[in-house]
Design a protein around this ligand. Structure first.
Ligand SMILES: Cc1cc2nc3c(=O)[nH]c(=O)nc-3n(C[C@H](O)[C@H](O)[C@H](O)COP(=O)(O)OP(=O)(O)OC[C@H]3O[C@@H](n4cnc5c(N)ncnc54)[C@H](O)[C@@H]3O)c2cc1C
Length: 465
């Protein structure tokens, strides 16, 4: 391919990928006065805006609220109409919130603040040179923000039979009678619960021995119970052996050792892999690239003149983490370097009920040989410490405290407002607030802090104050 040589093709910074990570980084650099090119081959906004958190929560959230409303004694309506009743036949559920999947507004906003948005498939030729279409762009600051893509396991017949990823699942046009969801992490649970709320029979299968395997075992155990309570069939420790499809499109999925499941839709919502195909040699060899992603230091530097941010780093695949890394990298490029602080990143999953965790897990605590005290507070309705008296509401809060230092080091919650609950623990871990200070802090009533009062009252006698 011939190269177009143009003096306009030199930039202070080039950012590849316009998801939450790339867009945040490009904006910050541009506002600070740099000449920035943002390269995107698909949609400005990336996975989060069009195929993950936002569409998922748009569909799942309201359906879940209807379910929660029905748990209040005496309330039997509202009922969920189902997409057939509020959509025309041509529209899928996804069209309600994503007409045409149009990103022109986002693109216009970027261009207004001076960012050159260039559409196409980018390829890094070497650390300072990027090809996009017929152009070769030059820079001394390159940011890789290319995210991840589904990476289903190799299973006999799967590729021929075809399957849905999160993209097809969140753009469906009719509710399948029976959905088989494969995966053990939050996005698989979220999709399984969503289809169940819309009326499908749902089976959720994971080869792992428990759900949300990277968190404390209690998280997965509780989630399994919640899934069963919602009428989802749950199979753990079961691997797929064979997938086939009959002429009507129905799936037959064989699991080890000998079960066969039948379904109209198969969703592979398990592992994802970093999109590193953007790197040509010799650019690739200048970086440390593993199956998990591109390795970065505490300033998100991947190599001299190259930064990597967001899901492509393989660290914490969550939007707020991607945005934070983008800010750390931008500050580094702007001469305001500060090392990233990851000790209290909230790990929040919008399952039902939501899961939230922060700080160290039990496994990490053991690796560090810390002497900890752990307390568990279990709340179930009717209970004054939950915000409502819904029949099915339950809440669990677990705190881990370093006995010697008298501070929190980890926490998790599985509860209707777990995302709010976890913030207090995150701040306490990040700032090293002593358990004694937390215990003596008066909070309003009622509120999410109520479970902390019960937990801290137990913890205070177990740590050196
Ligand atoms: C089903 C699902 C549910 C989720 N729910 C949540 C949630 O509830 N909360 C939460 O915090 N997170 C959630 N996530 C995770 C969240 O979506 C990601 O953490 C976030 O999208 C990461 O942003 P990113 O910018 O790193 O990557 P992405 O959003 O993947 O953006 C990367 C961009 O790079 C572009 N690109 C890649 N290669 C090239 C190339 N060669 N040339 C040009 N462009 C390229 C892609 O087209 C893409 O637009 C969910 C994810 C999924 C899949």
């Amino acid at each position: 391919m011939s190269e177009r040589v143009d003096t306009n093709d030199s930039y202070d910074a080039i950012v590849i990928g316009a998801g939450i990570a790339g867009e945040t980084c490009a904006r910050r650099l541009s506002v600070a006065g740099m000449r920035v090119a943002l390269l995107e081959r698909d949609m400005v906004g990336g996975e989060c805006a069009f195929w993950a958190r936002i569409p998922s929560q748009t569909l799942f959230g309201p359906a879940n609220e209807v379910w929660r409303a029905q748990q209040i004694a005496g309330i039997h309506s509202p009922t969920l109409a189902g997409p057939g009743e509020y959509l025309s036949e041509q529209e899928g559920v996804g069209h309600v919130h994503l007409p045409d999947r149009n990103d022109s507004l986002e693109a216009e906003t970027l261009q207004k603040i001076g960012i050159d948005l260039i559409r196409g498939d980018a390829r890094v030729l070497n650390p300072g040179r990027v090809r996009i279409g017929e152009r070769v762009l030059n820079t001394s600051r390159l940011v890789l923000a290319t995210g991840t893509q589904p990476h289903p396991p190799k299973v006999s017949g799967l590729a021929d039979a075809g399957y849905w990823t999160n993209r097809e699942a969140l753009g469906y046009k009719a509710i399948p009678e029976h959905v088989l969801v494969v995966g053990g992490e939050a996005q698989a649970i979220e999709l399984a619960q969503m289809f169940r709320l819309y009326g499908s029979e749902v089976t959720l299968v994971t080869h792992a021995s428990r759900f949300i395997a990277h968190e404390d075992p209690g998280v997965g155990d509780l989630m399994k119970e919640h899934l069963r309570r919602r009428g989802i069939r749950v199979l753990v420790g079961r691997a797929l052996c064979q997938v086939s499809r009959d002429p009507d499109g129905n799936y037959a999925v064989t699991l080890a050792p000998d079960a066969t499941l039948h379904a109209q839709a198969l969703i592979m919502a398990g592992s994802r892999k970093a999109r590193t195909d953007v790197l040509a040699e010799p650019a690739r060899s200048s970086l440390q690239v593993t199956d998990q992603g591109i390795q970065v230091d505490q300033f998100c530097r991947a190599a001299q003149g190259i930064w990597a941010v967001g899901d492509v780093t393989g660290m914490v695949p969550l939007s707020h983490f991607a945005r934070y890394q983008a800010e750390v990298a931008a500050d580094d490029m702007l001469g305001q370097s500060h090392p990233a602080r990851y000790m209290s990143v909230p790990r929040l999953y919008f399952t039902a009920p939501p899961i939230a965790a922060t700080g160290l897990t039990l496994e990490e605590i053991m690796k560090k040989s810390l002497a900890v005290s752990s307390v568990t507070v279990e709340l179930s309705a009717p209970h004054p410490h939950l915000s409502t008296n819904q029949r099915e509401e339950h809440g669990h809060l677990v705190l881990h405290a370093d006995r010697r230092r008298g501070v929190l080091v980890g926490a998790w919650a599985v509860a209707p407002n777990a995302g709010e609950w976890i913030q207090l623990a995150g701040l306490a871990i990040s700032a090293g607030i002593p358990v004694a200070v937390l215990h003596d802090t008066v909070e309003q009533y009622p509120g999410f802090t109520e479970p902390y009062r019960l937990a801290l009252a137990q913890l205070i006698s177990q740590v050196d104050a």
